[in-house]
Write a protein that binds this ligand. Structure first.
Ligand SMILES: NC(=O)c1ccc[n+]([C@@H]2O[C@H](COP(=O)([O-])OP(=O)(O)OC[C@H]3O[C@@H](n4cnc5c(N)ncnc54)[C@H](O)[C@@H]3O)[C@@H](O)[C@H]2O)c1
Length: 262
């Protein structure tokens, strides 16, 4: 078991489709003790039964848009754990109207919200978490190709993911002297609550499924299994990396139509 004796704080479970839920299941199977969080009562109603399914006794509130809630999360966690090893940040949010149409219609407030919740939150969480994290610990976040390439309708979330990926590199340098690592997985599209907020997501999923090297989409479980590598000692020498789990989609620039391939 790769995570025997390790404790993992996982933020971002909304329901059974969440990438964070796949991580919670895989990490538990590998021997980790899990703590989950939720933001708001609607999500709490879903997360509590899932936590019971997992035998996870720690379920704490945290809206990452609030510095006070982030601080309180670690005060609450300290009542259960003196320290922990793994922090999963699987959180992203933009107002729905920002995720369709012209990028030029991005509003100042839409920019603020997307960058605050999807990127700043990693910095805010790590700032508090580092005092409780053990040497050898690992922080992992989730990004998407829209950070480095234009993906229609992803709009301001692409900018937020670019900021998130840059933050991963700066955090990796800050945390290195404490022997804590920080990495990101750039996942291919997976049908989740957050993803369905992006206009045309169904078509995106179909296109990627046809055009990726593996000629299929990836699953949340595949993201979680790669996450297992990053948070375990297998990746003890790896930090500041953005690792693609996307069936090879990002490696191709162009695919010719079937009729012109030969
Ligand atoms: N699903 C995909 O296609 C895909 C691809 C690449 C990257 N990602 C990233 O993976 C991460 C997880 O998303 P997912 O696809 O599992 O969807 P999801 O909807 O299951 O998870 C998103 C989570 O963010 C949480 N969240 C939003 N605002 C919050 C706030 N203010 N405070 C605390 N939590 C908040 C939600 O409660 C939810 O649990 C996100 O960063 C997303 O951008 C997803």
């Amino acid at each position: 078991m790769l995570l025997k004796g390790k404790k993992a704080l996982i933020l971002g479970v909304a329901n059974e489709r969440s990438i964070a839920w796949a991580m919670a299941q895989v990490f538990k199977q590998e021997g980790a003790e899990i703590a989950l969080t939720y933001s708001g009562d609607a999500i709490k109603k879903r997360v509590v039964p899932l936590s019971e399914e997992l035998g996870c006794k720690i379920v704490l509130p945290c809206d990452v848009g609030s510095d006070e809630e982030i601080k309180q999360l670690f005060i609450d966690l300290k009542k259960h754990w003196d320290n922990f090893d793994i922090l999963i940040h699987s959180i992203g949010y933009a107002n729905k109207e920002e995720l369709s149409g012209s990028f030029l219609n991005t509003t100042r407030e839409g920019f603020r919200v997307a960058l605050d919740i999807s990127a700043y939150s990693l910095i805010g969480l790590v700032k508090e978490a580092q005092h409780m994290m053990n040497p050898g610990g690992s922080v992992l976040t989730l990004s998407y190709l829209g950070s480095v390439k234009v993906v229609q309708n992803y709009n301001i979330m692409g900018v937020a993911k670019a900021a998130l990926e840059s933050s991963v590199r700066y955090l990796a340098w800050e945390l290195g002297s404490k022997n804590i690592r920080c990495n990101a997985i750039s996942a291919g599209p997976v049908k989740t609550l957050a993803a369905s907020g992006v206009r045309g997501f169904r078509s995106l999923l179909d296109s990627v499924g046809q055009m990726s090297a593996l000629k299929r989409n990836i699953t949340a479980e595949e993201v979680a299994k790669s996450g297992l590598y990053f948070v375990s000692d297998l990746a003890s020498g790896v930090t500041g990396e953005i690792h693609y789990v996307d069936a090879g989609f990002n490696t191709a620039a162009l695919r010719l139509p079937e009729t012109t391939q030969s």
